[in-house]
Design a protein around this ligand. Structure first.
Ligand SMILES: C[S@@+](CC[C@H](N)C(=O)[O-])C[C@H]1O[C@@H](n2cnc3c(N)ncnc32)[C@H](O)[C@@H]1O
Length: 267
């Protein structure tokens, strides 16, 4: 994966959808421990800490990008607040300790990180990830990400002409990244472009990411790993729909994102 060229812009863009990203708060019982896996600069954990929906849970952020962890630590809150680590084994072993204490309710949050992981990794590596996560005994798995489900009806109307009129250079860059058989004329790739074009400061990195890399079989995979489905809700994100309508004149009327919650099965 190409490095992030501008961490300020990258982190600024993530703040926009904060309320949307905290969807899970109203669907979960009081948590004692939350690991934010792929926490970036830690903004979600700081927002949770300030809003304090569950008293004082332990909030831990993990990111593989050490610069992100440095930013998270630099923004640390006085008098407690989230902890941040850049080592997955460390993050998961602490999660295991918390989850195996029967009285604690633990959760892992995977917010906008899974599509990056599926973009970077072969499917078998991701199977290993789900096994590692299940081995911690974490009680809840929370997912928020971009998601494309071919089984849902998609519009016949093509968006490519509007895209090419408004963003000719970016559309050409994007087209170069598509594989044989893929085209911006197809609703899936046109939609991916419409989600992607605002991130031009980190454009080379964004171009390499497959925004719709999460497989439709993911809920079944997580269930196979010992979890029951609490919620799997594909949806549109209003502020993104509005931005696309304003910039490109296109109305996206079908889901581009998903909210998911899974709960560990009692054995
Ligand atoms: C799009 S940002 C999302 C940040 C935050 N979770 C949010 O929802 O706003 C994705 C973050 O995941 C991190 N990331 C990507 N792949 C990762 C991996 N395999 N392990 C840990 N972090 C990863 C990136 O470094 C980046 O900070």
């Amino acid at each position: 994966m190409a490095p992030i060229q501008n961490h300020d812009t990258y982190c600024g863009a993530m703040q926009g959808s904060l309320a949307q990203k905290l969807f899970f708060v109203e669907h979960l019982p009081k948590l004692d421990y939350l690991l934010d896996y792929g926490c970036a600069d830690g903004h979600l954990l700081r927002a949770l800490y300030r809003n304090n929906p569950w008293g004082n849970p332990v909030l831990v952020g993990f990111d593989q990008d050490e610069q992100m962890i440095e930013r998270a630590e630099a923004a640390a809150l006085v008098g407690g607040g989230p902890l941040f680590v850049s080592n997955e084994a460390h993050a998961l072993s602490n999660l295991t300790l918390a989850s195996k204490k029967g009285a604690l309710t633990s959760a892992v949050l995977l917010s906008s990180v899974l599509h990056e992981m599926y973009s970077q990794s072969a499917d078998w590596k991701m199977t290993g990830f789900w096994k590692r996560l299940a081995a911690t005994s974490v009680e809840y798995i929370i997912i928020r990400d971009m998601f494309w489900d071919e089984r849902e009806a998609k519009p016949r109307r093509q968006f490519a002409p509007a895209i090419e009129r408004n963003y000719p250079k970016e559309a050409a860059d994007f087209d170069l990244m598509l594989s044989c058989g893929q085209s911006i004329d197809q609703a899936k790739y046109a939609t991916e472009f419409l989600l992607k074009y605002p991130y031009q400061e980190n454009w080379n990195r964004e171009l390499l990411e497959d925004y719709f890399s999460i497989p439709v079989s993911l809920p079944a995979r997580i269930q196979d790993a010992g979890y029951e489905l609490v919620m799997w809700k594909p949806h549109c994100v209003p502020f993104i729909q509005e931005r696309i309508k304003r910039d490109v004149g296109v109305e996206l009327s079908y889901p581009t994102h998903v909210h998911g919650i899974f709960k560990r099965r009692i054995v």
